[in-house]
Each structure stands twice: as C-alpha cells, then as structure tokens.
Design a protein around this ligand. Structure first.
Ligand SMILES: Nc1ncnc2c1ncn2[C@@H]1O[C@H](COP(=O)(O)OP(=O)(O)OP(=O)(O)O)[C@@H](O)[C@H]1O
Ligand SMILES: [Mg+2]
Length: 650
C-alpha cells in the first residue's frame, strides 16, 4: 500500500470511528480496511455502506467550516400567533455553502462550550441570509446584538435513501444483476416499429428495438459524447413502450431536476398530459422558466407545492422523478410489480448507490435467484459531470465512478469488440457518435480534448442558422471569444463573484440577438441560454434581463445546463484575477468551471448554432483547455478585443 493510500485509509478510520455510526468499533474498522478496493460484487454492500458512512461523516465535518459567531436580528410577529423569526446573515449562502433549504435545522449556543443547544428551523432562505424560527425558551432569553455560536445541520435524506437502496439490493439479492455475464440473453428479433421521431439514425433505432426486447435481462446502456441523441433515444424508447406495450409502466429518472425536466419537456410534446406526471420532491424541482411543465407537476397554479397520494402517482403510465425523489415511491409503498421499466438519463452524473434508488425496492425481483423482472436502461456520458464525492476515501474506493462507467469499463458484455473500432454488442449497449446538435466548429475543441476526435459532426439546418450572421468576425465560424478586462467583485465576505463589464457585454449580445431575424428565422428569448459559474452573476444577469423584459432567457450554472441545449449559448466566465489569488475560496466552495475539464466540456457543448464566450482571455489562458479554445478562435480570426496570444502549444 502506498504512503498516500495509507494516509487516506487512516483518515477514513479516523472519520469513521469518530461518530455514532461507527458500528462495532475498531474490529469493524479493521475489517473494513481489509476490504479489497475498488467496489466489487463480493464487497458491494459492505464497502458501499462504509463509504456512505464515511461520506456522511465527511459532510458533517465539512459543514463545521461554516460555523459562525454572529448576532441575529429579530423579525417581530412574523406569524398570526405572534411568534417571531430571527434573521441570520450567512454570506456564503450566495453559493449555497452551506446549502440550506426550508425546514433544515440550525443549532444555536449562547457560548462556544455551552452544553445547551437551541434548535432553530429554517423558515425562509434569502439571498445571503436565513429566517429562523425557535421555540419560546429561546425567544424568552433572546438578546439583540449578542453574538451567538451557530452550527448548521445538513440534509441527511440523500445519504439515507442511498443506504436504504444498497440495503434493499442486498436483501433482495439483486446485486449480481449489476455484474451481468455474457450468457445473459438470447436474441429475439424485435417487431417493426413506426418511429415517433422519424429522423432517428440506425444506431438509435437499433437501441430502441433492443430496449423493447422482452428478453432483455441485463441493464441496457446508451453512451456517447454530447449531442449524439442519447436523450432522444431514451425519449423514443419510452414513447414506443407506452404505445406498443399497453401493460408497461415506466419510471424515468435523472440525477438533477434540470435533466429530469428536460426529458419531461420532450415527452410532453408527444404524449397526452393525462398519461405522464413529473413528480417533484420539493418546490425547487420546479424550474420557473418551464411553465408548460407545471401542468403535469405536483405544483399548484400559484406555485405552491403539494404531495400527491401514491394512488394518484400510480395512475400515470410514465412517471418522472429525480433519483432521490424516487425513494418516496419505495417508502410510500408502491407495489413491487408496478413499474416495468426504469430509465436513468445522465446516469454518469450519479454514483453507484444513487443509481440503485429507483431500482431496489421498486422493480420486482425473483425471490429464488434475485433476478430483476423489470428492465433497466442507463444513458450518459462519463466525460461530462460526474457525481459529487466528499471524502478522499470514497474516491479511492472508486465511488466517483458511476454504475454506467463501471459497467462499460469492467463488464465483458459491454466491452468493445477488439477487432472493430467502434463495434459493441448492440443487444446490450449502444455507443452514439453522430452529433446533430452543434455546428461543426463548436465541436472541434471538445472533440479534440475529450473524445479523441471520434465525434462525427452532422450539421443540420438549425446548426447553420448563425453561420453567416453579420456580427461574426469570420463567416462560417459561428463562435466568438470576446475578451473583456472587467473587474470581478464580491460583496462583503460572499464567495460569489460578479463582473459588471461582462454583464454589459453579455446584454449587448442578447439584445442584438433576441427578436432579430437570422437566416429567415425569428430568434426568441427561449432560443438563448447564458451559462456562468457564479450565483451572483446569475442573479445580476437575471435582473438585467428583467429590466429589458427578457426574463425567458435561461441563465444558470453548468449543472443546470447539463443535458440541455439552446440555439445560442453565451458564456460569462466572470473571473478576472489570477486563478491563484482566489484559489482557496474556490476550493473551499468547490466553485467555478474555469479549472474543471468536465464543466468546461459541458459548457462548451450546449450551443447549436452560435457560441459566444465573454471573459478575460489573459486569465483563462492559464488553463490548457481554455487556452486551446481561445487559440482556435484566434486562428480563425474570431477574437474580439485586444488579446496577445503566446505561440501555439497545441
Ligand atoms: N438522428 C437524429 N437526427 C437529427 N437530429 C437528431 C438526431 N438525434 C438527435 N438529434 C438532435 O440532436 C440534439 C441532441 O440530442 P440529445 O439532447 O438527445 O443528445 P444527448 O446525447 O442526450 O446530449 P447530452 O450529452 O448533452 O445530454 C437534439 O437537438 C436532437 O433533436
Ligand atoms: Mg441528454
């Protein structure tokens, strides 16, 4: 064992033994350390449970970074009952550090070593403050302007439901299903289909047919770079099952609300509203720029959220939820034989145990051999954003890898045929490589940096729309790097940055583009998306757009754009100082996409027809990926602003 590995193990041991979840103490821990890494079929439950313990404890430790010593301001008579609320300023909330939601707990002590803790409940989350409610004992002794010791709680639910899923998978003996062998299935010729989407290519059609194969008894995988139609294939397969298999009941999941809403938006184009439902776990699942979806969501017309009954949910042929919210189906007692198919899109954004949530306890299994009776389909791209991992120990155990990636890397069934460049056994897996989303120039850099130039650009009418836009520096090259030497600012001690000069520049582009006619097409607000890494920049851009009555332009982080696409994407990178200067804040808050290749890849691959990056080229050049991008724009005479580039190194 190398020294580094040993250190990480020791650290895990420490974290693990320091908590009440420590199980049987040192013996248990030493047993844990004897487990071979990474996660395998033999150590699956044991190791995943340990990892989740360590992860939970790591989060518990990390959240102590946000302990505060601060006063609270009384907000009197906030309720009809006369109860008060207390306003606490939390500057780092601007970047969701800590990430607080209504009903989360906050603990308050009079002095640091005081044994008495008053539990407060978050009533409202403001931009950089929260409104807390306490019981009368705290209210009686409250002293204005006094600094209290404040500790934040964290939402244990996601890890709790992951543990439940692992434990159910173990109990039902279904883990072998996730380590399929090659004797898994004999092939049956599927029926002829009339496709809803007539433009599907041959690979996509074959994938749909194989997913519909009644004999399919291993997870079906769809993978490939951005814009190659993974979600399109998932949507077609769901529609075919809905139409052709009248007894099918389909659960469609994705790790994030944004990605789940994206599939719902595509399905609602075709399916009647009475047949599908987007079940959200809380109000944050409602993306307020997707008005159409509220009609099929558990959200009242006034925007408030309600919890539907299990009977109501089970009436729909197609149900869409995030992975974590799918646990409510298990806990709400959905019958085991109800769902026949589970689709997980963006599956590489989820770790192993998250992937189990909509499966274990939901799909029925054969008690004798643990065989899963329903069908499972995983779609994703391991080169885009992956699951968030908190502890080094978990990373070492391979927990940063998704189930999709593990199956592709280690399972023979899904391996590439050695005799052929891109051949796979299509009965189980489909690799998609034809990109129909983006103009070929937009793909060049991600293709070179992340996909060994395997991606095949297939220009469409839409991707050509901006090819001759009058604002382009070079006709036929619909990409602009706009160099802006702005100032990145922070408010007080907030870790969130904004950059006024970039906002002005972005707004110039937006006003130029929205409501204009380009190649005969009327460009609407819905055609444009703005990606930026900081919440403050998102908020200020939203305000600027509101002022111009352009609130339908979607602004968000890379995470919010994963799985999405827009005709025009404008990226505002915000940072104008050396990376080193704020590295500590960025690291602590895990912010920014500037240094993260996966975020860079996702951000650059969302645009169909026009990509504009507004940022400080001098700063961005410190990073190899950004340097490659800027160099490519420079070589094609598409850099705006005075920027000196050193000789090429790519
Ligand atoms: N066979 C096809 N013919 C024409 N257009 C297609 C085809 N397949 C997909 N598209 C279009 O390509 C774009 C990208 O498709 P989709 O969003 O499904 O890709 P994806 O692989 O899921 O991307 P991501 O990795 O970003 O999630 C969409 O606009 C879709 O309509
Ligand atoms: Mg997709």
């Amino acid at each position: 064992m190398s020294q580094r590995v040993q250190k990480i193990m020791e650290n895990a041991k420490l974290i693990y033994s320091s908590t009440e979840t420590a199980g049987n103490g040192p013996e248990d821990i030493s047993r844990m350390l004897k487990v071979n890494l990474p996660i395998t079929q033999d150590n699956y439950t044991h190791l995943l449970m340990k990892i989740l313990d360590v992860e939970e404890n790591q989060i518990k430790i990390d959240i102590r970074n946000y302990d505060m010593h601060a006063p609270m301001k009384l907000v009197p008579n906030a309720f009809k009952t006369g109860s008060h609320l207390y306003k606490l300023k939390v500057p780092e909330l601007a970047e969701a550090r800590p990430s607080l939601l209504p009903y989360d707990s906050v603990y308050v002590k009079i002095s640091k070593n005081d044994k008495v803790k008053y539990q407060g409940v978050v009533h409202k989350v403001l931009e950089t403050a929260v409104l807390l409610g306490f019981n009368y004992r705290f209210e009686e002794g409250f002293i204005a302007k006094k600094k209290y010791y404040i500790e934040f709680g964290f939402n244990r639910r996601p890890i709790r439901v992951e543990k439940q899923a692992v434990s159910l998978a173990n109990k039902h003996n279904i883990i072998p299903y996730f380590y399929p062998t090659s004797e898994a299935m004999d092939s049956r010729i599927p029926e002829t289909l009339n496709y809803f989407n007539e433009s599907l290519n041959d690979e996509q059609k074959i994938a749909v047919k194989n997913i519909m194969n009644r004999d399919l008894n291993v997870p079906y995988l769809i993978f490939g770079p951005p814009g190659t139609g993974k979600t399109v294939t998932v949507v077609e397969a769901v529609l075919q099952l809905w139409k052709m298999r009248s007894t099918s009941r389909i659960l469609v999941c994705a790790p994030s609300n944004a990605a789940t809403n994206e599939i719902a938006t595509r399905l609602i184009e075709v399916m009647p509203k009475s047949e599908l439902f987007r079940f959200v776990g809380n109000i944050y699942g409602n993306d307020n720029k997707m008005v159409r979806l509220t009609k099929i969501m558990n959200v009242h017309p006034d925007g408030t959220f309600y919890m539907p009954s299990m009977e109501q949910l089970l009436e729909y042929r197609v149900l869409l939820t995030t992975l974590v919210t799918a646990a409510r189906l298990v806990n709400g007692g959905a019958p085991k034989d109800h769902f026949t198919h589970v689709f997980i899109d963006e599956a590489s954004y989820a770790n192993e145990s998250q992937t189990l949530i909509p499966i274990a306890g939901i799909l029925s299994h054969d008690d004798r051999n643990g065989h899963i009776k329903g069908k499972i389909i995983l779609a994703g791209d391991p080169r885009q954003l992956g699951a968030l991992v908190h502890s080094q120990f978990a990373r070492l155990c391979g927990y940063g890898k998704s189930m999709l990636e593990r199956l592709l890397d280690t399972c023979e069934l899904y391996a590439r045929d050695e005799k052929c460049e891109n051949c796979y056994d299509q009965r189980y897996v489909t690799k998609l490589l034809k990109n129909y989303r983006s103009h070929r120039t937009i793909l060049t850099i991600p293709n070179r940096l992340f996909y060994h130039n395997e991606l095949i650009p297939c220009d469409t009418e839409l991707s050509e729309i901006f090819a001759n836009w009058q604002q382009l520096k070079t006709p036929g090259f619909p990409m602009i790097f706009h160099h802006v030497e702005g100032v990145d600012l922070r408010e007080e001690t907030s870790p969130s940055f904004f950059n006024v000069q970039e906002i002005e520049q972005v707004m110039e582009y937006v006003t130029e583009i929205v409501n204009s006619r380009v190649s005969g097409m009327h460009i609407t607000q819905g055609h444009v998306g703005i990606i930026t890494p900081y919440r403050k920049q998102v908020e200020k851009l939203n305000k600027a757009l509101d002022k111009k009555n352009m609130d339908k332009v979607l602004v968000g982080s890379v995470e919010q754009f994963q799985g999405k696409e827009k005709l025009v994407i404008i990226i505002s990178t915000v940072r104008s100082k050396n990376f080193a200067e704020y590295e500590k804040i960025d690291q602590k808050c895990q912010l920014g996409f500037l240094r993260n290749p996966k975020r860079f890849n996702v951000a650059l691959t969302r645009a169909k027809a026009l990509l504009v990056v507004v940022g400080n080229g001098k700063v961005l050049q410190d990073d190899y990926n950004w340097r490659s991008f800027i160099r490519y724009c420079f070589d094609n005479k598409s850099v705006v602003g005075k920027l000196f580039l050193p000789p090429s190194d790519t």
